[in-house]
Design a protein around this ligand. Sequence first.
Ligand code: CUK
Ligand code: CUA
Length: 764
Amino acid sequence: MKRATLHALSLLLASALGMSAGTSWSADSLQDVMKKRGLSQQDLLAAAKTYVPTGKRDEFLAFSSGGQSGQVMVYGIPSMRILKFIGVFTPEPWQGYGYDEESKKVLKGGWINGREVTWGDSHHPAISETNGNYDGQFLFINDKANPRIAVIDLRDFETKQIVANPIFKSEHGGAFVTSNTEYVIEASQYAAPLENKFVPLEEFNEKYRGGMTFWKFDRQKGRIDAGKSFSFELPPYSQDLSDAGKGPSEGWAFTNSFCSERYVGGIERGRPPFEAGCSAKDTDYMHVLNWKLGEKLVAQGKAKTINGHKVIPMDVAVKAGALFLIPEPKSPHGVDITPDGKFIIVAGKLDTHVSVFSFEKIMAAIKAGRFEGKDPYGIPIIGMKDALDKQVQLGLGPLHTQFDSTPCEAYTSLYVDSQVAKWDYCKGKVLDKIPVHYNIGHLMTMEGDTMSPKGKYLVALNKLAIDRFNPVGPLHPQSHQLIDIASDKMQLLYDMPVPLGEPHYAVAIAADKLKPGIRYKLGTDSRTDTKHPGAVRGGEEKTIKKGNKVTVYATMIRSHITPEIIDNVDVGDEVTIHLTNLERAQDETHGFTISGFNVHASVEPGKTATVKFKADREGVFPYYCTEFCSALHLEMQGYLLVKPKGWKPGKVSKAETKTYTKADYDKQYKTNLDTQAVIDQVVGYITSVNYKDFPEVVAMVEDAFDQLGKTKDVKVKMEAAVKAQDWQNATLWAGQWWQYQVKTADLGLRAKTYLEQNGARKVK
Ligand code: CUK
Ligand code: CUA
């Protein structure tokens, strides 16, 4: 490149990146960096499109399944910066998920027939919708391995509920929501008897079944209502991905299937394997279900009850006109409804085409009673030609489809080709292709499965990373690739390694639709959103012993845990510690653990969490705060003393070294006066500007005064010690006064910095 051109580009980028010439980021240094790091013009453009400057935020948030980790990963787009791992089906230590009592109850909801299951294979996240568009309130995700659905509240990004499917033994087609989140859909995968009984494989056709569950979502409560949920019984066809209709197709749901051959393998019995028998036929079936009719059938008492769950038998659904089949090409995978709700796009793994089915044609065939026959279970089959709008040849191994903001434009992943194909489903034309690395499964565009896709970016969720990242041993990270889809030509922008598990699907929402809180109302049990019975305010801390049960009502605030000593525990006692974080300041989380008992709680501002264990060994067990929450975080500590049976206090040395003198006290006192002067200055500044217009600052100021308010009590104790000439305690109480001052000053300075950086105005 000519030097002049390079210089011009550098200047252009510099201005695009908000750098002005003359700062330390000079145009020349950008050239130097390009040269030194071997970056091309293309690289710089990609960098400029993904880079989110320090302190700035992303435009979209992606919720990605965490695959075998059983968790959900949250990251920003376009920066691809990871923001959170949400513990869902598996314990997550940092958040205390699975280590405190409240979250253990959530995980218990996902036990399978009384057995604790601590691992999950999360596949498909879904954001709650209102009128077919994301409303940013809730997130749902399924567990394929152990048929379960989880509910995550997006006010605090915490898992609130897990429900285990009462009739499935495995599942895959979930979680998908109906247009107004009336239901969360979950379809089974491998057919099995719906009852929990042994049935020999010889009775596969008669007794094994698939199904589709409609979990009723109670938006007010933010929880699934299992009592109002129901399922359709389906043939043993290995149902796969599913989707809910929207707009004109609202009220209907669609699910693919593979192995509609109902083939049962058994290599060891000399039979050809499943893979051969399950792909023998040229077509499988798309299932077309009317859930609104299903709802009515249940209300009319036409469902039977299996394992306490309402199930609509196939013959009942058929008779009511709520269940149909349509042949679809060989081993289909994705079934995706277009944003206008008019077409259903099916991609077949073993077919080079995608099939565009017309909802209008399907309805016309049903209305006219035009069927080409019935399946062995009596379900009417609509002819493929009567339902198909068109087929488009895209490439090898098409799997999943997402949509652009431009009408008719779709993106389909090509697993075998390792490509993304952009195409027009109205004209049936391929528009562009881009290679990805490697073997793409799902893909995701911004709000790309709603009625109003936002376009802009696409993420390819690739199965294999192979050579894309620094090698870290035989198990490679997964690879997400960010692709710019704002113009006609797709452009690869960024490779992101995912070291968590295999994310099957992800969804992305405009960040401004999310309004998460920064603190809980004081004393909240975050897993139930109710007042925690173990919550106490500052000053109300207590320890109660009844029989062999010890209950501690504790608080945490920088930088102490109250109580600091728990000494009324005898070996064999059951110990329950409720912890309330009294902080109001943003991001002032305290963690809590006790050595050796496998407990941990993450106690965010306002939250109350409980740890519980049996003190089955005598000994001395330090406890401490696990978050580096202030300069004196290491001192945020305490002791649990577990006494052996029959222990009596003997002669304990009371000798406590007296170290402090009047000189020490005077020195501390002077320091306190100086610190107060700093505080007064900061307060003077804050109250001189419009700080009340900044909610973050208001919270910090409240918290600061909280801390300062505590000095009153301490000062009284200090003065009493001074009067008694007890310089030891006078100095210690003066020191505690200073601790509160330091925390006040710290908050005040944070508030002042915030105000200065965010353009506060003078008000007086
Ligand atoms: S599945 Cu994995 S690539 Cu579970 Cu949606 Cu298609
Ligand atoms: Cu609280 Cu460290």
